[in-house]
Design a protein around this ligand. Structure first.
Ligand code: UDP
Ligand code: MG
Length: 317
């Protein structure tokens, strides 16, 4: 099979028929063998009935229905688990992403050797203040932190080589950072392609203000997990050592000062009156706690079942 198209959807009943027809037309024009995996993420409208109806007239469509709304990442994860095509395309169900882009994306994976190609909504048709500007800022931050030079990390329209989606684990709100996950799974050939973007035709956006909180937190988790999950002590240990050195320095300063004062005959000056006393106290306690967190982290990662799971690229046997 050439292409698997994974479509996560939540309350998108109006868009689905148009989307399915459009995809079928593009696939037939290019003679691709394909499957469309539609994941109904617990919709409350008629989306599931619509999927079932569509499937009757197009056997390439496969539907999955979640019992409740788990989120876009969960839907993608479930879809990725099932895909059979050599190239996997993800796209939103709301007709903002155009199926006409699929052949171009397919070509970049199959002929130009990319592992992952992310769409870039260069002319984005979303509300400027609530979507476009915050997203520019996000992408700028993510580019700096992750070193992946793409402009539109969270574009719903992406293409992957099949191995890529089989070796990453998307959860929480991490669909925003799939290129980061792919990079840390060892896929370095990440590209982007400018894609058409349209206004939402039906329905409303499914991501409200909560994405401003969850997005950055998940970026932190992504970074932390990919860098330190197998060696928590390297993170907490360093912090612990820094805090303890600061505390010790403050304590030594206090001691030396006291001795000098005693030699000079000054007696009434309590060390608890000095700010250094509190600096010493708090940094040592916090330092010890960082250390403890590091140790606990080490113990947990030692007993985790996938502690020695590595991505093997090729074998000669
Ligand atoms: N979506 C989903 N589960 C959710 C939220 C969204 O499957 O909990 C789907 C949604 O139906 C759409 C895609 O994710 O197909 C992108 O959502 P949306 O268009 O609302 O995001 P926006 O384009 O506004 O960023
Ligand atoms: Mg949308």
């Amino acid at each position: 099979m050439d292409i698997s198209i994974v479509i996560p959807l939540y309350n998108e009943e109006e868009s689905l028929p148009e989307l399915a027809d459009w995809i079928r037309e593009v696939m037939n024009n290019h003679n691709f063998s394909y499957e469309i995996i539609m994941i109904d993420d617990g919709s409350k409208d008629r989306s599931w009935q619509v999927i079932q109806e569509l499937q009757r007239s197009n056997s390439n469509i496969k539907g999955i229905k979640f019992r409740r709304n788990y989120g876009k990442s969960a839907a993608l994860y479930t879809g990725f688990d099932l895909v059979k095509g050599d190239v996997v395309i993800t796209m939103d169900a709301d007709l903002q992403d155009s199926p006409d882009e699929i052949p171009g994306l397919y070509k970049m994976i199959q002929e130009n050797g990319y592992d992952l190609v992310s769409g870039w909504k260069k002319k984005r048709k979303d509300p400027v203040l609530t979507k476009n500007l915050p997203s520019k800022f996000y992408n700028w931050t993510a580019r700096i932190i992750t070193g992946i030079k793409i402009h539109d990390m969270n574009c719903g329209l992406k293409a992957y080589r099949k191995n890529v989606v089989k070796s990453i684990e998307v959860y929480g709100e991490m669909h925003r950072y799939i290129p980061v996950l792919a990079k840390w799974a060892g896929y370095n050939n990440i590209g982007e392609k400018v894609v058409e973007h349209s206004e939402r035709k039906y329905g409303v956006t499914k991501f409200g203000v909560e994405r401003f909180i969850r997005g950055p937190l998940d970026l932190l988790s992504v970074i932390f997990i990919s860098r330190f999950v197998k060696r928590p002590m390297h993170f907490f240990g360093v912090l612990g050592i820094i805090m303890i050195i600061v505390g010790l320095a403050a304590a030594i300063y206090l001691g030396v000062e006291k001795i000098i004062q005693l030699k000079a005959g000054i007696v009434g000056n309590l060390i608890t009156n000095s700010p250094y006393f509190y600096i010493a106290l708090t940094s040592m306690i916090i330092g010890a706690q960082f250390f403890l967190a590091g140790f606990l982290g080490e113990l947990i990662s030692r007993s985790s079942t996938d502690r020695n799971k590595y991505q093997i690229d090729e074998k000669t046997f």
